[in-house]
Design a protein around this ligand. Structure first.
Ligand code: MGP
Length: 197
């Protein structure tokens, strides 16, 4: 009996077992530690490119060692963006874009929403993957925040689809709002909400 069972199990070549699991594309982690801003420093002067990866194994290693929000200090921002796209309004992929934002009063909610979002991004779970730029986790004293950046703010249908899917991914039912980077550039106050889902 034991030999029949053994015979039924296909032999996996040792080399194949060791192959890392490739992702659809390369992604980059970034961080911005604004906890000690230099006086008069321009926005983005503390933004640093972290690591670029393209395997599941590298992702877990980076996530576990560094990129968990509960490890983050107050006022830090952490980003996961497609490789080649900078987490700035000035980047050509982001320039005409905007962001969905969800706030959180609870550190463990932020941890879990961040992880679910990262997995959905690297697993290419959004129908309109080409519309996605990346995600930012902002750790703040008053209220933490996650923002999902997308490429073509004026494309309402695409943004609504992404917003709905994101709510499913992070498992929330409350309304979330979408703002245009263009409005953020022009208005010093919180930019107005253009779409809600
Ligand atoms: P924000 O994205 O609204 O940050 O930008 P947050 O986290 O809501 O605010 P905080 O006070 O809690 O940190 C806040 C300000 O940062 C903006 O009004 C801009 O002055 C500057 N800023 C933010 N971003 C994302 C950019 C950017 O991409 N480019 C430039 N030039 N400035 C930015």
């Amino acid at each position: 009996m034991a030999s029949e069972v053994a015979a039924a199990i296909p032999e996996i070549p040792v080399e194949a077992e060791k192959q890392p699991h490739k992702l659809e594309r390369q992604w980059t982690f970034w961080f911005d530690n604004q906890s000690k801003p230099k006086h008069g420093a321009a926005w983005g002067s503390s933004l640093r490119k972290g690591y670029t990866f393209d395997t599941v194994e590298e992702f877990w290693c980076l996530y576990n060692q560094i990129f968990k929000p509960s490890n983050f200090s107050p006022n830090a921002d952490f980003h996961l963006f497609k490789a080649g796209v900078e987490p700035k309004w000035e980047d050509p992929e982001c320039a005409n874009g905007g962001k969905w934002t969800v706030t959180s009063n609870n550190k463990s909610d932020l941890d879990s929403m961040w992880l679910q979002t990262l997995m959905a991004l690297i697993g290419e779970q959004f129908d309109d993957n080409e519309e996605i730029c990346g995600v930012v986790a902002s750790v703040r004293q008053k209220q933490d925040k996650l923002s999902l950046w997308t490429k073509t703010a004026a494309n309402e249908a695409a943004q609504m689809g992404i917003g709905r899917k994101w709510k499913e991914v992070i498992d929330i039912t409350e309304k979330i709002s979408y703002s245009f980077h263009d409005d953020s550039r022009r208005e010093s106050r919180a930019p107005r909400s253009r779409y809600q889902v």
